[in-house]
Ligand binder design. Structure first.
Ligand code: DGL
Length: 271
C-alpha cells in the first residue's frame, strides 16, 4: 500500500510530452522553480502524437495522468501542444490536481502582445483542432492567425537530423508557406520546434519566432504561488520516465536539458 503524502506543497509536479520536446518547457521550469520536485514522462512509444486521433491522444493522456495520480502529484504540466489541443478538454475534470495545458495557459498573454497577424507552426493534430486560433481569438477577436502543419519536424528532432539537407529543405518549404501570410511573429506551437531554432533563424533571419515556454512557466509559477502550492523544502528531486527508447531520449535531449541518468522504462501497455 502506498503511503499518503498529506503535505500538498511538497508533492511533485508531473510533466509529459511525446518525447524530448517537452524538455524545452521542463528546462525553463527547472531554472525558474529550482526547488520543485519533478517527474517527466516521454511517451516515445506513441511518437509522433501529431498524427494520432483524438481518442488515441485522450487515452495516452489518461494513462499518464493516472500514473501521476498514483505518484501523488500536486499538478501536471501538459508540455505538449498536441495533447493540450486534442485531449485536455476531455480529461480536465477527471482529476483532483491542477492540470496546465500549454496552449490554453499561454493564449491570453500571446493574444495581448499587440500583433495583428500571427503565424503558428504546429503538428497536424494541433492544426486540425484549430485550438490556437480559437484560444487566441477568445482574448483578441481581431487577430488574424494562420496555422501551418509541419508533419516531419518532430521526427527530425527526435532523430537528431538537424544538419541534414533534407531537414533544412523541409523547414524552408514551411517557412515559405507561412511567410506568404506576412505574420509579424511566428509561434512555435509544438514543444519540439525550439530545437529547430538554429535552422529557422538561418532560413528566415528577419523573422521573430516565439517559443511559448517562458510565458507558460511564468503562468504556472504565478498560479502555484496564488494557490499557496510552491514547495517549501529547498532541495529538489527529479525522475524521468519513457515508454520506449531511453537511450535515444537521453542522447537527443541534450540541447535542452542534461538528463543525468538513463530514464526508467514504463510502458502502460505492457504493465
Ligand atoms: N511536442 C508535442 C507538441 O507540442 C508533440 C509532437 C508530436 O509528437 O507530434 O505538439
Amino acid at each position: 500500500m502506498s503511503t499518503v503524502n498529506h503535505n500538498l506543497n511538497n508533492r511533485p509536479i508531473g510533466f509529459f510530452d511525446s518525447g524530448v520536446g517537452g524538455l524545452s518547457v521542463y528546462s525553463r521550469f527547472k531554472k525558474v522553480l529550482p526547488y520543485e520536485d519533478t517527474l517527466y514522462y516521454g511517451d516515445l512509444a506513441h511518437l509522433p502524437y501529431g498524427n494520432k486521433t483524438k481518442s488515441e491522444l485522450v487515452s495516452y493522456a489518461r494513462n499518464i495522468l493516472d500514473f501521476y495520480k498514483e505518484k501523488q502529484v500536486k499538478a501536471v504540466v501538459i508540455a505538449c501542444n498536441t495533447s493540450s489541443a486534442q485531449a485536455y478538454d476531455t480529461v480536465k475534470d477527471e482529476y483532483d490536481f491542477r492540470i496546465y495545458p500549454i496552449i490554453q495557459s499561454c493564449a491570453r498573454v500571446i493574444a495581448s502582445q499587440n500583433n495583428k497577424r500571427l503565424g503558428i507552426f504546429a503538428t497536424l493534430a494541433t492544426v486540425a483542432s484549430g485550438a490556437y486560433t480559437k484560444e487566441l481569438k477568445k482574448y483578441n477577436p481581431a487577430l488574424e492567425v494562420k496555422e501551418v502543419a509541419c508533419p516531419n519536424w518532430v521526427n527530425i528532432v527526435e532523430s537528431g537530423r538537424y544538419k541534414d539537407e533534407s531537414a533544412i529543405e523541409d523547414v524552408r518549404v514551411h517557412v515559405k508557406e507561412i511567410l506568404e501570410f506576412s505574420p509579424e511573429k511566428i509561434i512555435l506551437g509544438c514543444t519540439h520546434y525550439p530545437y529547430l531554432l538554429p535552422i529557422l533563424h538561418k532560413v528566415a533571419p528577419n523573422i521573430v519566432f516565439l517559443d511559448p515556454a517562458e510565458i507558460f512557466v511564468d503562468y504556472i509559477k504565478q498560479d502555484l504561488q496564488q494557490a499557496g502550492l510552491l514547495n517549501t523544502v529547498h532541495k529538489s528531486e527529479e525522475h524521468i520516465y519513457v515508454s520506449a527508447e531511453p537511450r535515444s531520449f537521453m542522447e537527443h535531449s541534450a540541447i535542452f536539458y542534461k538528463v543525468e541518468e538513463l530514464p526508467e522504462l514504463i510502458n502502460f501497455a505492457l504493465l
